[in-house]
Each structure stands twice: as structure tokens, then as C-alpha cells.
Design a protein around this ligand. Structure first.
Ligand SMILES: Nc1ncnc2c1ncn2[C@@H]1O[C@H](COP(=O)(O)OP(=O)(O)OP(=O)(O)O)[C@@H](O)[C@H]1O
Length: 284
């Protein structure tokens, strides 16, 4: 659905943020785009949806260059920015002014999402709290039913129950036709929600891999001692030592995204090369 070829981008020509970046994202997935503050997540998302223009290279949506901003493409794309500004309208007025841009908008689903998020449906939007405004916009973005849904830090400003609701609602709104991309620097917010991890670091995409494939290559476990173990990365925790080990026998474990993210952003080359190795050689 999204194809990025040799993207180079910088807000200033002499300060590139990305150089020759390549990325391909498909329908039927929920991608988590992770990167440290300032890594360029928002900028990458803006390039994807045609709100920032590559210096060289292309970003295309279903084969059409996103920079062209063609209405036929945009009616099937929803981008929820990190900072939102809502007008002084009721939800109903907002829907009647805006939903027409999205051919597959589902009004019933919108009000269902609103009630799941406990946002009052009669409210005037600019009188809602920031978290409520964000939840209203998340509900709207899901109800557009666009094939491409891009959300920049959607969980910022949400309280803990709302983050749980968010994960539930997004999971229910995924279909085989839809490609959902969610960026965050709060790794835990994406746990049990995304199926594919994309990590941007040092101007590059260092990982773009399904969690199942990561779990095949790496073993996430808690150990009491590192003695005699081939530990690739570890952090002390209250329960012992949280560790990432190689997984030659293909034992299943749940990917600890926070641990993995910390290892990757500390440029753990052993983990990077295991993840990016083409072939797996599991013992039988
Ligand atoms: N409009 C702009 N003009 C100039 N520089 C910008 C602009 N927007 C972002 N930048 C710079 O580009 C870099 C990447 O910013 P970006 O917002 O894409 O990062 P991010 O990974 O989304 O960060 P965060 O997690 O803090 O939201 C930062 O150094 C930022 O200062």
C-alpha cells in the first residue's frame, strides 16, 4: 500500500533527516513506528501522506506519488497528527462538515466509538478536555474507514483506561483492506496491538519486521544469572534479569518491545544482524 523508495528528506538541505530510506507497508497490518524523540517519526509520516515533500526519492500510496495529493488518493487516507485543533462545533456538526470527504465514513460506528471512549456526543468540541478531543478525533479517524490510517502519537494525552480502550477499538477496526500505522515513543502503548514493528533510528529504518518473525529469531526471557548464557542484551528488573537471547530452537516467547527497542537504539549489532538475517537455521 505504501512504498517509499530512496527517500531523502531534510527541513534544511544541508541537514538531512533521512537519506536513501526504503520502506514498504502492506494492507492487513497494524504497524508500530517507534523511534526516540526527534528520530523523525512525524516527519516520515508526513512524507508518507504527502504533507512533506522528499528532497529526492518518492513516497507512493497504491502506486501514486503522495506528493501529488490527488483527491482520489486523499479520500482514502486519514492522517491524525499529534497536535490536533478542533473547531467550535458539536460532534454532529463536525460530522456533517467533514465526513463527506470520506466515501466510506460510517456514522453509526463513529458514535459507537465515541460512547466506548465515554466522550459525550452532544459536546461542543473545543469545550472538551484535550484527552476527550483526542479520543473524538481517534473515533472519527477510525469511522472514516479509509484504507490508509496514519496516527501520530495518538495515545499522548490519553489516560490509562482510554489507552486500553484505544487498543481494543483499533484492533476491532482492522480489516484485510486496511493499513494502520501508529507512531509513538511510548513503546508500552503499542503492546498487544501492533503486529509489525518499524524502528527509525539514526536516519534509517533499522527494523521492519513482524513480531512473529522477531519471536522466531530472539528469545525474550527472565534469568537469574547471565553465567553460561549467550545474552545479547539485558536489563536488571525486579523479577531478575530481563534478557534477549538468540533463539536457535525457535522457542516461542512474547516480544518485550521495550527491551528490544532499548537494545536497538543502543545499536546492539548482534540483535540487528539476527533480525536482519535472511535465512533462519532452526535446530530440528
Ligand atoms: N517544521 C520543521 N522545521 C524544521 N525542523 C523540524 C520541523 N519539524 C521537525 N523538525 C526537526 O526534525 C527532527 C525530527 O522531528 P520529528 O518531529 O519528525 O521527530 P519525532 O520522532 O516525531 O519526535 P517526537 O517523538 O519528539 O514527536 C527534529 O530534530 C525536529 O526538531
Amino acid at each position: 500500500m505504501i512504498q517509499i523508495d530512496n527517500l531523502s528528506f531534510g527541513y534544511k538541505k544541508d541537514k538531512p533527516l533521512f537519506q536513501n530510506l526504503n520502506l514498504s507497508l502492506s494492507r492487513g497490518h497494524i504497524y508500530g513506528l517507534l523511534g526516540k524523540n526527534g528520530a523523525g517519526k512525524s516527519t516520515l509520516l508526513k512524507n508518507m501522506v504527502g504533507l512533506a515533500y522528499p528532497l529526492t526519492g518518492t513516497c507512493s500510496i497504491d502506486g501514486i506519488n503522495a506528493s501529488k495529493r490527488l483527491p482520489a488518493v486523499l479520500e482514502n487516507v486519514f492522517f491524525l497528527p499529534e497536535e490536533i485543533y478542533v473547531p467550535a462545533l458539536t460532534t454532529n456538526q463536525f460530522v456533517s462538515h467533514t465526513a463527506g470527504f470520506y466515501l466510506k465514513f460510517d456514522k453509526e460506528a463513529f458514535y459507537e466509538y465515541l460512547s466506548e471512549f465515554e466522550v459525550p456526543r452532544e459536546a461542543v468540541l473545543d469545550k472538551l478536555s484535550f484527552g476527550q478531543q483526542k479520543k473524538m478525533m481517534i473515533a472519527f479517524s477510525l469511522a472514516t474507514n479509509t484504507d490508509l490510517l496514519v496516527m501520530d502519537e495518538p495515545t499522548n494525552g490519553l489516560d490509562i483506561p482510554s489507552k486500553v480502550q484505544f487498543r481494543k477499538i483499533i484492533a476491532s477496526a482492522l480489516s484485510d483492506d486496511r493499513c494502520v500505522i501508529i507512531s509513538t515513543h511510548q513503546v508500552r502503548d503499542l503492546e498487544s496491538l501492533i503486529d509489525t514493528l518499524v524502528v527509525v533510528h539514526n536516519r534509517e529504518i533499522i527494523v521492519n519486521q513482524e513480531l512473529d518473525s522477531i519471536a522466531e529469531r530472539l528469545l525474550f526471557t527472565t534469568i537469574s544469572s547471565k553465567e553460561g548464557q549467550e545474552v545479547l542484551y539485558s536489563e536488571d528488573s525486579v523479577r531478575g534479569i530481563s534478557a534477549i537471547l538468540p533463539n536457535p530452537e525457535g522457542v516461542y516467547s512474547r516480544v518485550d518491545m521495550e527491551l528490544l527497542f532499548n537494545a536497538l537504539t543502543q545499536e546492539n549489532t548482534a540483535i540487528l544482524s539476527l533480525l536482519n538475517a535472511k535465512q533462519l537455521h532452526h535446530a530440528i
